[in-house]
Design a binder for this molecule. Structure first.
Ligand SMILES: *[C@@H]1O[C@H](CO)[C@@H](O)[C@H](O)[C@H]1NC(C)=O
Ligand SMILES: *[C@@H]1O[C@H](CO)[C@@H](O)[C@H](O)[C@H]1NC(C)=O
Length: 291
């Protein structure tokens, strides 16, 4: 990883590259290598299970460090130290982003899972099959009240969804967590180095990467009040992260089993819940000059 990439989220870089490649070459082959498939499984991003699914509280008794992304708004100040989990993934092994025509030609539904497993040559008991099934189910789940969600399978459909939410005449931009060092530590104490900066975001669309043989995002937007921040973090091992975080001010419609409540020891709707985004998540916000 050259330091030239330092100011880019690796995924953004990848997206831009892919966009260029797609424009230049049109549709590529559909073959997936073993490493890609393995990487898909390793990329399993429990974010949406954490954010949406109904975890049993007993599951949380031995807390998985990957839920250590939550904090309260009171923690959002210079000098605050907290243990944070940042997955450091090798983005060169990320699943391929397909052009829309290609993505749209592949069914995307739980009902068709058996055919999809055949298409991608996974046995039905494989971890990849489980990951695909989980992703499809997450994508088919009804949104919670006040939420709009969609799972784009291409950059074009992600942009269409974002346009639909932010307004078709609203120019928008993307923010993402960027790792400024090569630290390989996933879980450590980080200290907030500078005053967190609020990002102009009257509305936002957050897109999480999902485990699948090709790039699939889980995008959602909530009507309730959210604030987006850029937070400079310094890790105990010298790591530096320009993290993107969101604070949800109304959590009253969230499941009481939502992981954040056990991490923060609070109840739904009692105080804002904030979390950092991993580097491969994309947060779309209107450009601030647009109003
Ligand atoms: C990351 O490591 C590579 C090789 O070890 C080095 O060349 C590069 O400068 C490092 N980048 C940063 C941001 O420290
Ligand atoms: C963070 O620091 C505290 C206090 O020094 C320590 O007890 C804890 O183990 C550290 N956490 C991590 C993840 O290193």
């Amino acid at each position: 990883m050259g330091s030239g990439l330092a100011f880019w989220s690796p995924l953004l870089h990848l997206l831009l590259l892919l966009l260029l490649v797609m424009c230049a070459q049109g549709t590529g082959g559909r073959k997936m290598s073993e490493t890609q498939l393995e990487a898909t499984h390793n990329l399993m991003n429990p974010m949406d299970q954490r954010i949406h699914a109904h975890h049993s509280s007993s599951h949380m008794d031995h807390m998985d460090p990957s839920v250590m992304i939550f904090f309260t708004i009171k923690d959002l100040k210079v000098g605050k130290t907290m243990a944070v989990y940042f997955p450091k993934r090798d983005t060169s092994k990320s699943p391929r982003l397909l052009p829309r025509t290609e993505a749209d030609s592949i069914p995307f539904s739980s009902e068709q899972l058996p055919q999809l497993l055949q298409l991608f040559s996974f046995s039905k008991d494989s971890p990849q099959a489980k990951a695909m099934g989980d992703t499809l189910r997450q994508c088919e789940m009804e949104p919670i009240k006040g939420e709009t969600k969609f799972c784009p399978t291409s950059l074009e459909s992600m942009l269409d969804f974002t346009h639909g939410i932010l307004g078709s005449n609203t120019p928008f931009t993307v923010v993402a967590t960027a790792h400024l060092r090569n630290s390989t530590t996933h879980f450590q104490n980080y200290t907030i180095l500078n005053e967190p900066k609020e990002v102009f975001a009257p509305r936002m669309v957050a897109c999480h990467t999902m485990p699948y043989p090709y790039a699939v995002f889980y995008c959602h937007s909530q009507a309730s009040v959210n604030k987006v921040y850029k937070v400079e973090l310094g890790g105990e091992d010298g790591d530096r992260v320009e993290a993107v975080a969101v604070c949800h001010f109304d959590t009253s419609d969230w499941s009481p089993n939502h992981a954040s409540f056990s991490v923060l020891r609070i109840k739904p709707g009692t105080s804002p819940v904030c979390h950092f985004f991993p580097a491969d998540n994309l947060v779309w916000v209107p450009t601030s000059t647009s109003v």
